[in-house]
Design a protein around this ligand. Structure first.
Ligand code: DX5
Ligand code: ZN
Length: 224
């Protein structure tokens, strides 16, 4: 069985103060974060609107860590070039928005980025079977995409277990990332289920003792 040893923390800037993004990023980077998660939302595939390539271009200038771009947008194939061009390191697309998932995964890789696939809570794990042999990352949503600060959906634990089992059968080295309501209570549950990368918005940027404390706490829990 392929044993994953390193666990990664990816603070989501959706919960940060965009007016001070350089300081916000510096705080989580110096506290030990591994990736910066960028939630891109178009107000169409999901209700909220957040940021686009212009923002990522500025973010790239101040972030040292890999940029983990999560596209919650319709027709992502129209936009992956732009995100790759401004410095995205990983680009994750929703299976619900990609009629030809293998083709878009190959396109993302051809641009020099790692490729991820993600699925909404209501979408069964089987929907991404065709992509599993191809992807560098699978992202399991533990909230309905659209807004930060939502309640963790415990029924997604079983989906993480199911996808972990599929990845192990394939002897895949793909990351299994989880996103939505990840905090000190829910992170251990998702780690036990087989997740290796943990996105957290409020768990980092809205931590009562500041984002540095949030990151340190969750990194410690993830490495236990
Ligand atoms: C959900 C986003 C998540 C979420 C993370 O729409 O994709 O990244 O905002 O924020 P928390 O950790 O606060 O749920
Ligand atoms: Zn996300």
């Amino acid at each position: 069985m392929f044993i994953m040893t390193n666990y990664l923390l990816a603070p989501s800037i959706i919960a940060s103060d965009f007016a001070h993004i350089a300081d916000e990023v510096a705080a989580v980077e110096s506290a030990g974060a591994d990736w910066i998660h960028v939630d891109v939302m178009d107000g169409h595939f999901v209700p909220d609107i957040t940021v686009g390539p212009l923002f990522v271009k500025s973010l790239r200038r101040v972030a040292k860590l890999p940029l983990d771009v999560h596209l919650m947008i319709s027709e992502p194939e129209k936009h992956i070039d732009a995100f790759a061009k401004v410095g995205a390191d990983n680009i994750t697309v929703h299976v619900e928005t990609c009629p030809d998932l293998p083709r878009i995964i190959e396109k993302i890789k051809s641009l020099g980025c790692t490729a991820g696939v993600t699925l909404n809570p209501a979408t069964p794990a089987s929907a991404i079977d065709s992509a599993l042999p191809l992807v560098d990352l699978v992202l399991v949503m533990s909230v309905v995409p659209g807004f930060s600060g939502q309640k963790f959906m415990p029924e997604m634990i079983a989906k993480v277990e199911e996808i972990r089992a599929k990845l192990n059968v394939l002897r895949s080295h793909a990351h299994l990332e989880v996103d939505g309501g990840i905090n000190a209570e829910t992170l251990p549950l998702m780690k036990k289920a087989g997740a290796t990368v943990f996105v957290t918005g409020n768990g980092a940027f809205k931590h009562p003792q500041g984002s540095g404390a949030g990151v340190r706490t969750l990194k410690e829990i993830a490495s236990k």
